[in-house]
Design a protein around this ligand. Structure first.
Ligand code: NAI
Length: 260
């Protein structure tokens, strides 16, 4: 058993013998999730559209002794999703449905194309991947765990993110529907809902006055770090959550319970 909490190490997860796929693994949270799963012993397939970025992550994981491969995947393209889950590759029993895009604009200035782009990636893309993955699991006679990465914006709203929030709320309700339909196959489907996590993309914003004001509304008065998601990710991915399906875990420093 490998410890996955750097300090304290009160929890551990052993994913030896498991095969995970992480969508959107070329950067940000997806890349981190892949490292965490590999560190816990899973063979990890990194899936996204940018081969060089995937290969860079793969070398990092392989260099640390992990078992890893890469596959090109565009979650908006049904053919690409079908190819990633074809009979040519072994079925995945852990699926981290993480690929997503952000779009910030007032609702009145959100074009039909912008709306469609967010929904197609963040909602329909999650469905395409879950459906293809579950179909392969069922055909192979194995169960598995699907973790859909949603957001606290699926539970509450903020300005200028109508399409994103609608997509994430859709992901959470879809998670419940899929859990209901696929329990009979031993497939669990849950959602992970991060609050604001500091990444390369948003670091500059959080250094501004507006960004600092936002952080002050988080009861714990800080942004999330990638590592804050490790325990919840491993819980949902592993058999430690074998009686959990159709539910969500919120990791947000208390942001959803901020004072009205
Ligand atoms: P990111 O932009 O660093 O990563 C998104 C990944 O998805 C990238 O690798 C990108 O290439 C990939 N991707 C985008 N469209 C794709 C497509 N059509 N096919 C395949 N891959 C595609 O962003 P970040 O922050 O790491 O976000 C990851 C997930 O976490 C997203 O679903 C996001 O909505 C969610 N999230 C992020 C939060 C944050 O504060 N960073 C908070 C809550 C949720």
């Amino acid at each position: 058993m490998r410890p996955f909490l750097r300090s304290g190490a009160v929890l551990s997860a052993d994913l030896s013998g498991r095969h995970a796929i992480v969508t959107g693994a070329s950067s940000g949270l997806g890349r981190h999730f892949a490292v965490v799963l590999a560190r816990a012993g899973a063979r990890v397939t990194l899936a996204a559209r940018r081969l060089p970025a995937l290969e860079e992550t793969a070398s990092m994981i392989a260099g640390a002794g992990g078992s890893v491969d890469v596959v090109l995947l565009d979650v908006t393209d049904a053919g690409s999703v079908a190819a990633a889950f074809s009979c040519e590759s072994p079925p995945f029993d852990i699926v981290i449905n993480n690929a997503g895009i952000a779009h910030n604009a007032p609702a009145l200035q959100t074009s039909a194309a912008d709306w469609q782009g967010v929904i197609d990636t963040n909602l329909s893309g999650v469905f395409r991947v879950a459906q293809a993955a579950a179909g392969r699991m069922i055909a192979a006679g194995i169960g598995g765990s699907i973790v859909n990465v949603a957001s606290i914006l699926g539970l509450r709203v903020a300005g200028n993110v109508a399409a994103y929030s609608a997509a994430k709320a859709g992901v959470m309700h879809m998670t419940r529907s899929l859990a209901l339909e696929w329990s009979r196959y031993g497939i669990r489907v849950n959602a992970l809902c991060p609050g604001y996590i500091e990444t390369d993309l948003n670091r500059d914003f959080f250094a501004t006055d507006a960004g600092r004001a936002l952080v002050r509304r988080v009861p714990q008065r800080r942004l999330g770090k990638f590592e804050d998601l490790d325990g919840p990710l491993l819980l949902l991915a592993s058999e430690a959550s074998s009686f959990m399906t159709g539910t969500e875990i919120v990791v947000d420093g208390g942001h959803l319970v901020s004072s009205l």
